[in-house]
Design a protein around this ligand. Structure first.
Ligand code: ADP
Ligand code: MG
Length: 230
C-alpha cells in the first residue's frame, strides 16, 4: 500500500525533526522574543505595528514547536502504568471553564471501573487535549460534547463526539495529514500527532464524521493488566 508507506515515512520524518530541532529553535526564539517585547514596550518606538506582528508570529512558531515537542524521543520513551480514568478526569477539569464559557454541554458516560494503560502521561494527555480542542472549535454555539469510556478484555475504548460542523466526506482523508488545517490559526498538527502517539501505544484512532451533524473520534488503547501472582 503505497499511500500508507508514504504516510508512515512522513510520520517517521516528523518524529526525527521533532527530536533533533525543536529544542535548538527554542533558544534563539526566546532571545528574539525578549528583544521584540522590549521594543514593543518602548512608548517612543515608531515600529509598534511591526513588532506586534513579529510577536504574534513568534507565538505561532512557539505553538508549532510545542506541538512537535511531545513527539521527541527521550520523552516518548518514558512509559508507566497509567490510570486512564484519572487522566480523563484531569482533562475534564482542564476544559471545564472553557466549555462553560462557550455554553457547550458535556455529557459523560464513563466506565465505572478504573482503566489502566501502559504509556506516557504527557503524550496521552496531549492526545485528549488535541481532540477535545478540535471538538470545541468545531462547535459554533450551544453544542454538545459526549465523552464515553468502556473496555473489553484487552482494550480501553474512549469516544469523544461533538455536535459540531463535521467534516465533508471528500476531506476526511486529509485530517491526519501533517499541516492540513481549515482554521486561520490552526497548525494542522494535532491529529497527525495524536495518531502517531496512539499508534506508539499499540492503539488505533477511528474517525467518523458527517458534515453539519458532527464528529466522533474513537480511541482504542491496550489495557495494562497486573499479573495476579506478581
Ligand atoms: P488544527 O486543529 O490545527 O487545524 P488538527 O490536526 O487538529 O489541526 O485538525 C486538522 C483539521 O481536521 C482541522 O483543521 C479540521 O478541519 C478537521 N477536524 C479535526 N477535528 C475535527 C472535528 N472534531 N470537527 C470538525 N473538523 C475537525
Ligand atoms: Mg487541532
Amino acid at each position: 500500500n503505497e499511500r500508507l508507506t508514504l504516510q508512515s515515512e512522513k510520520l517517521k520524518l516528523a518524529g526525527e525533526i521533532a527530536a533533533g530541532v525543536t529544542h535548538e529553535i527554542r533558544n534563539p526564539m526566546t532571545v528574539i522574543s525578549g528583544f521584540v517585547q522590549m521594543m514593543n514596550e518602548d512608548p517612543q518606538s515608531p515600529y509598534h505595528t511591526y513588532t506586534n506582528i513579529i510577536q504574534s508570529e513568534i507565538e505561532r512558531i512557539d505553538l508549532i514547536i510545542s506541538e512537535f515537542l511531545v513527539l521527541s524521543k527521550p520523552l516518548a520513551e518514558q512509559k508507566n502504568r497509567l490510570n486512564l480514568s484519572e487522566i480523563i478526569q484531569d482533562i475534564i477539569l482542564f476544559f471545564e471553564f472553557q466549555l462553560e464559557q462557550r455554553q457547550i454541554q458535556l455529557i459523560q458516560q464513563l466506565s465505572e471501573e478504573t482503566l489502566f494503560i501502559y504509556g506516557n502521561t504527557n503524550q496521552i494527555k496531549q492526545v485528549f487535549i488535541n481532540i477535545v480542542k478540535n471538538a470545541i472549535e468545531a462547535i459554533d454555539q450551544n453544542g454538545t460534547i459526549t465523552l464515553i469510556s468502556c473496555h473489553d478484555h484487552h482494550f480501553a475504548y474512549i469516544e469523544i463526539a461533538d455536535t459540531g460542523e463535521g467534516i465533508p466526506n471528500h476531506l476526511i482523508d486529509y485530517v491526519f495529514e501533517p499541516f492540513y488545517t481549515t482554521k486561520t490559526t490552526g497548525t494542522g498538527l494535532g491529529m497527525m500527532i495524536s495518531n502517531k502517539i496512539i499508534c506508539e501505544h499499540g492503539g488505533t484512532i477511528h474517525l467518523h464524521s458527517e458534515e453539519h451533524v458532527g464528529t466522533a473520534i474513537t480511541l482504542k488503547i491496550p489495557l495494562h493488566h497486573l499479573k495476579k501472582d506478581a
